[in-house]
Design a protein around this ligand. Structure first.
Ligand code: AMP
Ligand code: GLY
Length: 432
């Protein structure tokens, strides 16, 4: 079949890479993709947010199945539109994607159904939100309700900081319409983990868990980024957690969505904090995570096309989904200056000498124009440029392999964190 992946990051390269190994896929397309996806698929020059142009491309190319990477097209109703046109697409509908697109919606859903989550409330009124902050002790977490490209959350150590974040969101409209409503919630202490399941609206696949690193420098220093690395499984994972998270969080959430008339089909991503009272939700996302996908796709043993089809057909229980028991570590190589200003168009060296057991998933890369006889080069085209991924029988082995390989891939100004999967204690601080 012909399969289209929508998106241009490392996450989408990892999804496309997994699909490229399926005997069921004979033509793979990515829109818009990057230099990495161009090597295993055909890139289409269509933006991931241009739903009409994507639908047209699907018809022009006779695509049988579309898989959506990022949240924005899902929140804008790409699945609904494709379904109206009779096109097969994997992901939640606009109504179901509200679980990520409105933090207030998710909070209210969890409250009504007793799903463990940070205590908090949603506010449309600036005055009421102010009063709430004045009546509660810090630390407090202030969140823009809508999609804010990962920038809408402030963990405020003091009331003043919380008030400043509130003002920025509701009065100064830093996040535009996404910040007109806010959620204010308690600060939860504990390790943070991302969990993922496939669901057909009723049944859930076995959980796969990963940790990501949001701060730019070692030891969780410096500003937040889109993610500097990840690993799976978390070293603190145990089977009892899987059961508890399934029974108390993910299963009730999927049931609640179905009861609400918003049957959730696709990947459900839970952002959790392992508190002393057990796992609690700090957010849901309606898609796979980045950079978590880069370390879970290599662990997926079942054919991704089979999984996607069983979700679409509502018979997930008939497709046993297996995850490898190996460990996987992903290190993001970024451009000098990121997450601030950085240059683009810098040639990358070492991509052709990567050991066989290492995967390199591209994000901000493109192929330079061919000059005469010389073969085209891969050049940088973004801040997060590559995710280098190693696997092995343990996190320590996977880590050793990935760092040995990362050393060999360079470009002017390139840098990466050297502590991914190294000192678990650091991860507690991620995102603060
Ligand atoms: P988000 O944009 O929702 O992923 O949130 C960004 C980061 O803020 C998360 O990864 C957490 O590290 C942190 N965070 C969000 N909500 C809370 C909370 N209630 N307690 C502690 N940390 C939180
Ligand atoms: N890893 C964070 C995200 O994908 O939202």
């Amino acid at each position: 079949m012909k399969v289209l992946v929508i998106g241009s990051g490392s996450r989408e390269h990892a999804i496309a890479w997994r699909l490229s190994q399926s005997p069921r896929v004979d033509k793979l397309l990515v829109a818009p993709g990057n230099a990495g996806t161009a090597a295993i698929a055909t890139n289409l020059a269509v933006a991931a947010t241009d739903i009409a142009a994507l639908a047209q491309a699907v018809r022009d190319h006779g695509v049988d199945l579309t898989i959506v990477g990022p949240e924005i097209p899902l929140a804008e109703g790409i699945v609904d539109r494709f379904q109206e046109l009779g096109l097969r697409i994997f992901g939640p509908t606009k109504a179901a994607a509200q679980i990520e697109a409105s933090k207030g919606f998710a909070k209210e859903l969890m409250r009504r159904h007793g799903i463990p989550s940070a205590d908090g409330l949603s506010f449309d009124s600036y005055a009421e939100a102010r009063r709430f902050i004045q009546q509660h002790d810090a630390p407090l977490v202030v969140k823009a309700d809508g999609l804010a490209a990962g920038k809408g959350v402030t963990v405020a150590a003091t009331r003043e900081e919380a008030l400043a974040a509130l003002r920025a969101s509701m009065e100064e409209r830093t996040f535009g319409a996404a910040g007109e409503r806010v959620v204010i919630e308690e600060y939860l202490e504990g390790r943070e983990v991302s969990v993922f399941v496939f669901t057909d609206g009723e049944a859930l696949s076995p959980i796969v868990a990963a940790c990501d690193y949001k701060r730019v420098y070692d030891g969780d220093q410096g500003p937040n980024t889109g993610g500097m690395g990840s690993y799976s499984p978390p070293e603190f994972w145990e089977p009892s957690l899987t059961k508890e998270i399934e029974q108390r969080i993910l299963q009730p959430t999927v049931q609640a969505m179905a009861q609400d008339g918003r049957a959730y089909r696709g990947v459900l991503y839970g952002g959790l904090i392992m508190t002393r009272q057990g796992p609690k939700v700090i957010e849901f996302n309606c898609r796979l995570g980045d950079p978590e996908t880069q370390v879970i796709m290599p662990l997926l043993k079942t054919d991704l096309v089979d999984i996607v089809e069983s979700v679409l057909e509502g018979n997930l229980t008939e497709t046993p989904i297996q995850w490898s028991s190996e460990a996987c570590v992903g290190v993001v190589i970024a451009a000098g200056g990121y997450p601030g200003e950085y240059q683009k168009g810098i040639a990358i060296t070492g991509l052709n000498d990567v050991p066989e057991d290492i995967e390199v998933f591209h994000a901000g890369t493109k192929t330079s124009a061919n000059k005469g006889d010389s073969s085209p080069e891969v050049i940088t085209d973004g801040g997060r440029v590559l995710t280098v991924v190693g696997r092995g029988p343990s996190l320590a082995v996977a880590r050793e392999r990935v760092y040995a390989a990362a050393q060999g891939i360079t470009f002017s100004g390139s840098f990466y964190r050297t502590d991914i999967a190294l000192r678990p204690g650091d991860i507690t601080m991620a995102g603060r």
